[in-house]
Write a protein that binds this ligand. Structure first.
Ligand SMILES: Nc1ncnc2c1ncn2[C@@H]1O[C@H](COP(=O)(O)OP(=O)(O)OP(=O)(O)O)[C@@H](O)[C@H]1O
Length: 289
């Protein structure tokens, strides 16, 4: 079966796929705003977090150039917890990840990871010393390079090449699918294998926090399940803390301990992932009824 192509982001909506039930992005945004005129308080976000927050965003105002996208945004995730951001197109979900990794202009507020203020750190510093890795939305493998070369690229900030090599070997020990293809060009991998390679490349720096941008995008259903199993393993077995953006709200909320619904750069709703799945308004707007 061939890999599905990504949906046209400018026109897609939410719903069951039946044309009669698809809700436009504008409608979702308007209705989601109406559900929660006042979003959750910081105390409510704290209460959802298990233990001390490991990733903490405080009153963040951030955006691109002079354009502010996030408005007094707060987030709390405990060590080894997972959080999924859902919401309409353009709500600012990816901008949250971009801000944590250092790709946005931060006007005010702070980002603290593992007790260290990382607000003004560069992405390189975050990867090298703050234990934060960002897994891009899609198509970030180098197709002409081998699987092994792609993995080693993940370790370019390691002080010694031998350390990157050792970390890559640990990845190969863990994932037979990659080991079997280590000398093949990454361009021949299936969609699911490419996503595994992208995740594995981030693991080479041995991060504590994985920022994962739309892991299911463009994948066939069987690969989507595989990718969520891999992420589940990284959280439950390795204790990684995961902050994810996922357009497939059902999958994302099934996976994550916590979910935030983001609307126009602000949190409209927050809760445990399974509670949000049961929330009728979330169901109507984001899960197809
Ligand atoms: N690099 C950028 N430069 C300028 N504006 C940007 C940039 N990236 C995103 N934006 C703008 O920021 C806003 C929020 O975008 P963002 O990608 O964070 O939304 P999103 O909720 O992740 O949406 P989607 O579900 O469509 O990916 C949008 O208006 C978008 O056009």
């Amino acid at each position: 079966m061939s890999e599905q192509t990504g949906t046209d982001r400018s026109t897609r909506g939410y719903g069951s796929g039946d044309v009669s039930t698809v809700i436009s992005v504008e409608d979702v945004t308007r209705q989601a705003r109406a559900i929660a005129e006042q979003g959750p308080s910081v105390a409510e976000l704290d209460a959802l977090c298990v233990g001390e927050p490991f990733v903490e965003i405080n009153d963040l105002r951030a955006g691109y150039g002079k354009m502010q996208i996030l408005h007094d945004f707060n987030l709390r995730v405990g060590k080894g917890q997972s959080l999924c951001l859902i919401g309409p197109n353009g709500a600012g979900k990816s901008t949250v990840l971009h801000s944590v990794f250092g790709f946005t202009n931060i006007f005010s507020g702070s980002i603290v990871v593992g007790g260290t203020d990382v607000t003004r750190m560069s992405p390189q510093q975050k990867l090298r010393s703050a234990g934060i890795a960002y897994i891009l939305q899609d198509k970030s493998v180098f197709p002409g390079m081998t699987v092994e070369e792609n993995l080693l690229m993940g370790g370019f900030l390691k002080d010694k090449p031998a350390e990157a090599k050792a970390a890559a070997e640990r990845v190969f020990d863990r994932y037979d699918r990659l080991a079997a293809r280590r000398n093949k060009p990454a361009g021949v991998l299936s969609g699911g294998e490419r996503r595994l390679l992208e995740i594995s490349r981030a693991l080479v720096m041995e991060p504590d926090v994985l920022l994962v941008d739309e892991p299911s995008i463009g994948l066939e259903p069987r690969f989507i399940d595989m990718v969520f199993e891999i992420l589940n393993d990284l959280q439950r077995v390795d204790g990684k803390t995961i902050v994810m953006v996922e357009q497939n709200a059902k999958k994302g909320l099934e996976f994550a301990d916590l979910g935030y619904v983001l609307v126009s750069g602000e949190i409209a709703l927050a809760g445990r992932g399974d509670d949000l799945l049961e929330n009728p308004e979330v169901g109507r707007l984001f899960l197809g009824g």
